[in-house]
Write a protein that binds this ligand. Structure first.
Ligand SMILES: *[C@@H]1O[C@H](CO)[C@@H](O)[C@H](O)[C@H]1NC(C)=O
Ligand SMILES: *[C@@H]1O[C@H](CO)[C@@H](O)[C@H](O)[C@H]1NC(C)=O
Length: 171
């Protein structure tokens, strides 16, 4: 009995694994993340300041609603937004980011990706993609972001996102 149960479980796992192989799709997305640091068009807002300082250090929390654009140019086509929370959680200056990338163009319009992970400002960073919605249901993967512009007023990161996902419909 126990052995037939474990065989059934094993069989189900194998079926699920092979379904996964059949249904998984792969995508490489390439775009630029634009953040405006200050002024009336600022896309980042500090909601909790670090004690005794204006710099974004341990204890500070911000919300962002940044622009995802096709290119590095500030006027290149907007393809989505990066919305979420950024917390200065590291004594070493590292940040924790909890972001939803909400796409607004083309076949990925209205689909989202959930990106979560550690960031060190000014350095290339790899973060996990932990899920998605719409076209990107069940998404798993990783993102690589490289800073390509850092000024007093703007930050631009180049993004490469590699994901595996399933186009699923409710049955
Ligand atoms: C982007 O467009 C704005 C408004 O048209 C313009 O003022 C600005 O110079 C443009 N930026 C670049 C880099 O072309
Ligand atoms: C994206 O989807 C929204 C909601 O369905 C729609 O209003 C909008 O026109 C679409 N945008 C593009 C560029 O297709």
């Amino acid at each position: 009995m126990a052995s037939s149960l474990s065989q059934t479980v094993l069989f189900s796992v194998l079926v699920l694994l092979s379904l996964h192989q059949v249904c998984a799709k792969k995508a490489h997305l390439h775009f630029y993340f634009h953040e405006i640091l200050s002024g009336p068009d600022a896309t980042v807002m500090t909601v909790v300041k670090a004690p005794n300082t204006d710099s974004f250090t341990f204890g500070a929390i911000a919300v962002i609603d940044d622009m995802l654009r096709e290119g590095q140019d500030e006027n290149s086509t907007l393809i989505g937004r990066a919305q979420g929370l950024v917390g200065a959680v590291g004594m070493d200056g590292s940040l924790e980011t909890m972001l939803n990338f909400v796409f607004t163009e083309g076949k990925y319009n209205s689909s989202t990706l959930a990106i979560y992970g550690r960031l060190v400002q000014g350095e290339p960073v790899e973060r996990p993609v932990i899920g998605g919605t719409g076209m990107f249901r069940m998404a798993r993967g990783y993102s690589i972001a490289k800073p390509v512009l850092t000024s007093a007023t703007k930050l631009v990161y180049e993004f490469d996102v590699y994901i595996w996902y399933k186009e699923m419909k409710e049955t």
